[in-house]
Ligand binder design. Structure first.
Ligand SMILES: Nc1ncnc2c1ncn2[C@@H]1O[C@H](COP(=O)(O)OP(=O)(O)OP(=O)(O)O)[C@@H](O)[C@H]1O
Ligand SMILES: [Mg+2]
Length: 172
């Protein structure tokens, strides 16, 4: 990107067409770099999961939420590391959306295990209107959950409230 931006700078006065072409390529490079970074970030198992387990890691997310967040985690035993990491990222994105977009007074996170499925519910009492088409966070959640044969539903009518539900096979 830096090289391409340098080319833009050199060409901008004397050859605007070449500057435009280099800008297009710089934009493509930025998009590719972002998607690679996202893939890397999603592949990393947060060390906090290994250190503190799922309940401890999620408690850390609740305490950094921008609104009071009541969390219950009732998950006997451990799930596959990749499943716990997915749950962690879902709650992280859900609570960051609550903080950024919801205008809510409070949030609730419930995590439980039913047979071989890990169930998550993330809810807020804010303004609603969450829309997967307007960002990459929710789409990323859906893709990741579907990659693990899980289920993702989002209920967020205009005026609120917003509830996100996830079911994930726990894995071996
Ligand atoms: N809890 C919520 N309450 C109200 N609106 C929400 C909530 N969550 C998401 N939204 C709306 O849905 C849109 C899409 O959310 P999404 O997480 O996909 O993208 P984002 O948060 O804007 O950006 P990012 O790619 O950083 O996650 C948001 O821009 C916001 O308008
Ligand atoms: Mg988001």
């Amino acid at each position: 990107m830096n090289v391409l931006l340098g080319a833009v700078r050199r060409a901008v006065d004397r050859n605007p067409a070449a500057a435009h072409a280099a800008l297009d390529r710089a934009q493509d490079a930025a998009e590719q770099a972002l998607s690679e970074l996202r893939a890397v970030a999603r592949g990393i198992l947060p060390p906090v999961l290994a250190d503190r387990g799922l309940a401890g890691a999620l408690a850390g997310l609740a305490s950094s939420c921008g609104v009071p967040c009541e969390m219950t985690v009732d998950v006997p035993g451990r799930c596959a590391a990749s499943v716990e990491a997915t749950a962690y990222f879902v709650v992280a994105e859900g609570l960051s959306n609550v903080t950024k977009h919801s205008g809510a007074a409070s949030a609730v996170v419930e995590v439980s295990r039913k047979d071989d499925r890990l169930l998550l519910r993330i809810a807020d009492d804010g303004r609603g209107g969450a829309d997967e088409r307007r960002g990459s966070g929710l789409t990323g959640i859906r893709r990741r959950i579907e990659a693990y044969d899980g289920r993702f539903t989002l209920d967020s009518p205009a005026g609120g409230p917003t509830t996100m539900r996830v079911g994930l096979p726990c894995g071996s």
